[in-house]
Design a protein around this ligand. Structure first.
Ligand SMILES: [Zn+2]
Length: 136
């Protein structure tokens, strides 16, 4: 389970669906992410690239910014990530830090055989820096 009542496979399916909306003319590497917030909302995002390469945003951060835009104060119970051309597709370093900011608990990717593989976030980014380090 990704979260109470939400199977990991459901989040993987949602991530795969939104990956088809990817705008990735540079990398040709479509990625989708589907997160479930602590309030039970499923929120998706895909990668969106730009002719100015540095302005690209990954699927994971796209989903996180949408989550915050919809309702401030939410945290992430789990996030599933699907790369249409690679499995497993783990989040990049920048996305790991952003997921950490919003207390992500689990990361779900597709295994090589297509089955969901779940990892505790603390295993994905151990000894991480987070907002509590600032004393807030
Ligand atoms: Zn990323």
């Amino acid at each position: 389970m990704a979260s109470p009542g939400i199977p990991a496979a459901t989040l993987i399916d949602r991530a795969r669906d939104v990956a088809r909306h990817s705008y990735s003319p540079s990398s040709h590497f479509p990625v989708g992410a589907a997160l479930i917030s602590d309030t039970g909302e499923i929120i998706t995002g895909c990668n969106v690239e730009n002719a100015a390469y540095g302005e690209a945003i990954c699927a994971e951060r796209n989903a996180v910014t949408t989550m915050i835009a919809q309702a401030a104060g939410q945290t992430i119970a789990a996030i599933a990530i699907v790369g249409l051309k690679a499995a497993p597709c783990w989040p990049c370093g920048a996305c790991r830090q952003v997921l950490r900011e919003f207390n992500c608990q689990k990361v779900i990717v597709e295994g090589e055989g297509g089955e969901p593989a779940t990892l505790a976030f603390s295993d994905l980014l151990p000894h991480s820096f987070g907002p509590e380090a600032l004393g807030s």
